[in-house]
Ligand binder design. Structure first.
Ligand code: NDP
Length: 285
């Protein structure tokens, strides 16, 4: 029987720390503010937006949403984004991606002020993640995994960590955050020759492939720590992770569920980034 790593508990602890920092900023007349920029109204974006707004509200952070029409031109989109970026009242910006196909997101990566880039869109922030420089902003999801492992006291130094997935949103930056903590990291993908064997050797296994319940019980070593980043809908319409939870929890020492797992921590990391951005932009860090 394993310990369940509940993202909701991690988020609660983070909220305590963050609200204190938000209060300190407000006493100095600084009101941390996140700007969400959404083009169109994709259900996934709307769902994340609801969660983010709620988290900001709970933490005392202001949140403004700009909805742009789905058929907006590149020129109008960049102008709207630039205006939000230049607003001194805005400390962090979250742009929902992918953008509609006719829009190019590359120019926005150069427009966004790196200190407002709280979800690591810009090359400047991504380069810092890869350089092990913690002064920038890592993408929220891999950092949420790190927060969860830290909260549950999982040691990483010298440990064999295997990550299934190599996207720039989750797998690759997570590998860098793990390296920074002195883990020995293996990154798996669709061309990995022996995925079950490689996963079984891991002391800490992170699933971020986006394949429902692909990590089966036989792929997990005894007493391994298993974090599940995947968010999938199974054939019955239920939300599930990449991990076969029922089978894996019998072997793992710690396991995170879906829902109420890593996904519950992501918006807290976003809130933490907005607070840090407000501190930086006001010369407090
Ligand atoms: P991508 O589709 O961009 O990347 C998936 C990665 O997993 C790829 O590197 C792919 O390999 C690898 N992969 C896919 N199938 C297999 C397989 N059968 N065996 C081995 N490797 C495989 O997904 P994301 O990184 O964007 O997201 C991953 C998951 O995390 C999704 O379920 C997504 O919904 C979820 N997610 C959750 C968030 C949260 O807050 N909890 C936030 C962001 C994402 P290859 O490179 O070879 O194609």
């Amino acid at each position: 029987m394993s310990t369940v790593m509940l993202g909701t508990e991690v988020a609660k602890a983070m909220k305590e720390r963050l609200t204190a920092r938000v209060e300190e900023l407000k006493e100095k007349g600084i009101h941390p503010c996140l700007a969400i920029v959404r083009v169109g109204a994709r259900p996934d974006d709307l769902s994340y937006e609801r969660g983010a707004k709620k988290r900001m509200e709970l933490t005392g952070i202001a949140c403004q949403v700009t909805e742009l029409p789905e058929d907006i031109s590149q020129e109008e989109f960049e102008a709207a984004f630039r205006k939000i970026n230049d607003d001194p009242a805005v400390h962090g910006i979250l742009l929902f991606r992918p953008l509609p196909r006719h829009l190019d997101e590359e120019p926005v990566k150069d427009i966004i002020c790196p200190w407002k880039d709280v979800d690591c869109m810009s090359d400047a922030n991504m380069a810092k993640v890869f350089a092990g420089d913690e002064s920038g902003f890592a993408p929220c999801t891999p950092e949420a995994v790190m927060e969860m492992l830290d909260y549950y006291g999982v040691p990483l130094a010298g440990k064999r960590v295997t990550i299934v997935g190599r996207s720039m949103v989750v797998g690759k930056p997570l590998a860098m955050l793990m390296l920074k903590k002195n883990a020995t990291v293996t990154v798996c993908h669709t061309k990995t020759a022996d995925l079950p064997g490689t996963c079984r050797e891991a002391e800490v296994l992170v699933a971020a492939a986006g394949k429902a319940r692909m990590i089966t019980g036989d792929m997990v070593g005894e007493n391994a720590v298993v974090a599940d980043v995947g968010i999938n809908v199974d054939p019955d319409g239920n939300l599930c992770g990449d991990v076969d939870y029922e089978a894996v929890e019998k072997k793992a020492s710690f396991v995170s569920p879906v829902p109420k797992g890593v996904g519950s921590v992501t918006t807290s990391v976003l809130a933490a980034h907005v607070v840090r951005a407000a501190e930086y932009l006001n010369g407090l860090k």
